[in-house]
Design a protein around this ligand. Structure first.
Ligand code: NAP
Length: 260
């Protein structure tokens, strides 16, 4: 029987790449994004290239109760794979950044991700199978001055995913949290304020490779997936430093890379 995957933030970047991989594996797709023109283009592209059924839902996932709206819209469809990918970055000192944008980020990264997981997990548990892939970040492993809310929200996603992955052992449902380092997508142009060729570009990964890494980890049921050896090293480095030192190092890197 054909399986169905729901992917958020599917109109570009990692969400688009993950949707391609799912389509190649013959999953029917429900793709969600705020970017209507690009999401429609992705649907047309996938309809031409693959046999799977592609439905799109155009929604701002940073608004309250949006997870329930999506669930109600598709509740007759059994979801086998849930990819919580939609996200964005915001750069600047906490005292100077825009609260409305930060509220949207907290809703999107924390509340919508958690609520979608809760709603679709129920059906997965009843079937005794399902896969959840949450896209966090290398930012999850330490505090991030100049991107404080982004780093903190990604730390939430990592901690939440690891905790429920443990609770779900033996149920047939797995939770994987992908923690990419800098990846060449539209995300970087937003957080770099149009300075995409900033100095972190040396460690900038290709989105298709990051997606393949995360996709395979999800299918293996691995809990934490960190693509790239250097990123794996960076993820454990804070354990050997004081919290203060780790935070200061991130601050120095941010100052240097983003030319504040
Ligand atoms: N790229 C990196 O360096 C990097 C590193 C670590 C983790 N990540 C994470 O990877 C995930 C995917 O990002 P990406 O790099 O693929 O960036 P991307 O190319 O900008 O893709 C993100 C997609 O999510 C959509 N989106 C943003 N806010 C939304 C909302 N409120 N409701 C619905 N859709 C929304 C975006 O639409 P718009 O373009 O219209 O906003 C875009 O289509 C994010 O969670 C990000 O935090 C990225």
């Amino acid at each position: 029987m054909t399986k169905t995957a729901l992917v958020t933030g599917a109109a570009s970047g990692l969400g688009y790449e993950l949707s391609l991989l799912l389509a190649k594996d013959n999953y029917n797709l429900i793709l969600v994004d705020i970017d209507a023109p690009n999401l429609k283009k992705v649907k047309s592209e996938l309809n031409i290239a693959f046999k799977c059924k592609v439905d799109i839902i155009i929604k701002d996932l940073s608004k309250p109760n949006v997870a329930l709206e999506i669930y109600d819209e598709i509740k007759d469809i059994s979801i086998d794979v849930l990819v919580n990918n939609a996200g964005f970055g915001l750069f600047g000192t906490f005292s100077g950044t825009d609260w409305e944008r930060e509220l949207d980020m907290l809703h999107l990264h924390i509340l919508t991700t958690t609520h979608l997981t809760k709603l679709f997990l129920d059906g997965m548990l009843k079937k005794g199978s399902g896969k959840i892939l949450n896209i966090s970040s290398l930012a999850a492993f330490q505090p991030g001055p100049l991107m404080s809310i982004y780093y903190a929200s990604k730390a939430y996603m990592l901690s939440f995913s690891e905790a429920i992955a443990n609770e779900l052992k033996g149920t047939g449902v797995t939770v994987t949290v992908l923690c990419p380092g800098p990846t060449k997508t539209d995300f970087q142009s937003v957080v770099s304020e149009n300075n995409i060729d900033n100095k972190i570009a040396f460690n900038m990964a290709c989105p298709s490779k990051v997606a393949i890494y995360g996709y395979r980890a999800m299918h293996k049921g691995k809990t934490v997936a960190i693509p790239g050896r250097f990123n794996k090293f960076l993820s454990v480095l804070p354990r050997f430093l004081t919290r203060n030192s780790a935070t200061s190092i991130v601050r120095k890197i941010q100052d240097k890379n983003r030319d504040l």
